[in-house]
Design a protein around this ligand. Structure first.
Ligand code: C2E
Ligand code: MG
Ligand code: MG
Ligand code: MG
Length: 288
């Protein structure tokens, strides 16, 4: 009897796996086509100085719009792109596109300090990673200090000397490094101290926690850690005035989230920045 059950669940398992693999293969094919057909595009989310309201940065976030108009979130296709290796060319395209957008904003006189680009570990492992960062900067005419690379703890904590050296090279060039989703991975504190990063990004799970009985305790811990290590700290996922106020009160001075602005395509972004700059709050407070 137990044999039947086992065999039964085994069959089910294999069948489900088969479907999943087939779905994944199909999705992967579609993704490759979408990339070729330019169905992928970037949205940009503003990052603010929470005290003055000044626009300090932008984060580029990739989107995939399928032929029938549906949007597939990056969390669904980035892992696939990493698995298939497409992330290398995809990531290079993201980097260039974000740099060129930043350059256009600069030419309009409305660029913030930095443009942040998410970098996958698979991309970062490529031997020519630094070369194509340099190339994107050179071709777009951006200065290295206008570019920020967002990497997760898993990338930055990778023990290897080569990767640590690579991060140092980027820092020496002037490129900013932010550790994304901080607190959700496994950071070694001793390594963190030596890490060539400028910024910690408080994961939005810890901002959401502000609304629970736990309150902002983890966010506060990350803020204090960042401060001790001489790193900037930015909170992601600010959805309410209460989040903003709480973060500011505990000393976190930068943030991004739906309460401030959703990620936007470039045209909407330009309009948003112009409106934001002319809104009394920003310019006046920022200038004082
Ligand atoms: P992430 O880098 O941590 O990006 C933050 C995510 O939070 C984005 O989701 C953003 O749209 C979302 N978000 C921002 N503010 C709020 C808020 O107030 N509330 C809520 N609920 N969400 C907010 P998105 O765009 O779906 O991206 C998800 C993840 O996909 C990113 O997480 C990043 O890890 C990855 N990703 C996005 N674009 C790229 C890319 O160009 N390259 C790579 N390698 N990864 C990317
Ligand atoms: Mg990010
Ligand atoms: Mg993040
Ligand atoms: Mg996150």
């Amino acid at each position: 009897r137990s044999k039947t059950t086992q065999r039964g669940s085994c069959t089910l398992f294999t069948r489900q796996m088969g479907i999943e693999i087939r779905e994944r293969a199909t999705l992967m094919q579609h993704l490759h086509k979408a990339f070729d057909a330019k169905r992928l595009f970037l949205m940009y989310q503003p990052q603010l100085d929470l005290r003055s309201g000044r626009l300090t940065g932008l984060e580029a976030l990739i989107r995939w719009r399928t032929d029938d108009g549906a949007l597939i979130p990056p969390n669904e296709f980035i892992p696939l792109a990493e698995y298939s290796g497409l992330i290398v060319s995809l990531g290079a395209w993201v980097m260039r596109t974000a740099c060129f957008t930043m350059r256009r904003l600069q030419q309009m006189g409305i660029a913030p300090d930095t443009m942040a680009v998410n970098v996958s570990v698979v991309q970062f492992r490529q031997d020519d990673f630094i070369d194509y960062v340099r190339q994107a900067l050179e071709d777009s005419g951006l200065s290295p200090h206008q570019l920020e690379l967002e990497m997760t703890e898993s990338v930055t904590m990778e023990g290897s000397k080569v990767f640590a050296q690579r991060l140092h090279t980027l820092r020496q060039m002037g490129v900013h490094i932010a550790i994304d989703d901080f607190g959700t991975g496994f950071s070694s504190l001793s390594y963190l101290d030596k890490l060539p990063a400028n910024k910690l990004k408080i994961d939005r799970a810890f901002v959401r926690q502000i609304d629970t009985p736990d309150g902002p305790k983890i966010a506060e811990l990350i803020q204090q850690l960042g401060q001790k290590l001489g790193l900037q700290v930015i909170a992601e996922g600010i959805e309410t005035r209460h989040h903003w106020d709480t973060l500011l009160r505990m000393g976190c001075e930068q943030g991004q989230g739906f309460f401030i602005a959703h990620p936007m395509p470039e045209e909407a972004l330009t309009a948003w920045i112009q409106a934001h700059r002319s809104s009394a709050g920003d310019e006046k407070k920022g200038a004082v």
